[in-house]
Write a protein that binds this ligand. Structure first.
Ligand SMILES: [Zn+2]
Length: 324
């Protein structure tokens, strides 16, 4: 008897336990957790830099001194997309979707752009000698994009150095809260100087920065300079004062932030890339690739970062003071 009671009680216990187990076992995971997707804040295309061996094809082609420093290619870049973390589905399906989304919002990093800066790394692997008008409506025509100069010591083509600096500058500007687009992030492109200007126009950039390096017959020529549209050019009247202010800010920052020699500001009326611009534009000549010492220096990572930080400071100063 006693035994019977005991086993009956045990059966009851087992039943209760089973009921609990069934009632509280987790539901099948219908809302399988999605793997977290994190989009990179900035997507920098891998650079294809020709090896030293490839680049030695032509050592130093001086004589490019006063040559038109415009031209290059660009690939419009998608703006960085802020990562949208998927709210992790919580176990009880009771929670409202709206609630969980709302709860996720405060965690979103606030992305407030300080403005769009357009970078044009000068030149490209192959120049394009077809002609285009030097300014809207002008009968004067110039090559669409020239080859640029070459480092006498490094053997590095100018278009390679220009892109190295532009990519670093892009990173530095993004860190300062700017949006950045570039005319090109690779060398095998064919983008004329008019097209480069029109890309910045179409993007309605706050400022376009053209990155170049100088060349001269004399290996002694050295130093950086900042070019801006000449005030006498009709086509660029509306952007001239702002461009000059930007050039001043960048030149001052380069003087303060690097040990290199300053060649000052240079007004230019003959640059296609200026004359077609509808947004403030400057051209930075980083230094002379025809000067062996400066050529080596401009490829030194530490000095590159110094230049980039200085240019970033200059852009920052201009953007802070430009009103509007
Ligand atoms: Zn150039």
């Amino acid at each position: 008897m006693n035994k019977l009671k005991t086993s009956g009680f045990a059966a009851l216990l087992a039943f209760v336990a089973m009921s609990f187990f069934i009632a509280y076992s987790p539901l099948p995971d219908q809302m399988a957790k999605q793997p977290e997707r994190t989009l990179p804040v900035s997507q920098i295309a891998p650079l294809v830099v020709p090896s030293a061996a490839q680049a030695t094809g032509s050592i130093a082609a001086p004589g490019n001194a006063g040559a038109e420093p415009d031209s290059d290619v660009e690939q419009p870049q998608a703006s960085p997309v802020p990562a949208m973390p998927h709210p992790a589905p919580s176990a009880p399906a009771v929670q409202h979707v709206q609630q969980s989304e709302a709860a996720a919002l405060p965690d979103e990093p606030e992305v407030v752009s300080r403005g769009l800066i357009f970078l044009d790394p000068g030149h490209q692997r192959r120049g394009n000698s077809q002609l285009e008008p030097v300014s809207p409506g002008s009968k004067e025509r110039k090559a669409k994009v020239t080859g640029g100069t070459t480092g006498v010591a490094t053997g590095k083509p100018e278009y390679v150095l220009n892109l190295e600096i532009a990519v670093l500058l892009k990173q530095a500007l993004i860190q300062q809260g700017f949006e950045v687009q570039m005319t090109r992030e690779e060398h095998d492109v064919d983008i004329s100087n008019v097209e480069r200007a029109e890309m910045a126009n179409a993007a309605n950039a706050q400022l376009a920065i053209r990155i170049h390096a100088d060349g001269n017959e004399s290996p002694k020529a050295k130093g950086f300079s900042v070019l801006y549209p000449d005030a006498r050019v009709e086509a660029t009247q509306s952007i001239q004062p702002a461009s000059q202010h930007a050039a001043e800010a960048i030149l001052e920052a380069l003087k303060a932030g690097t040990t290199a020699a300053s060649r000052g500001m240079v007004a230019r009326s003959d640059l296609t890339g200026f004359n077609w611009s509808q947004v403030p534009v400057v051209l930075i000549e980083l230094g002379f690739m025809t000067n062996p010492t400066e050529d080596e220096l401009m490829s030194d990572p530490e000095y590159q970062q110094q230049m980039v930080d200085a240019i970033t400071t200059g852009i920052d100063t201009y953007m802070l003071n430009k009103g509007d």
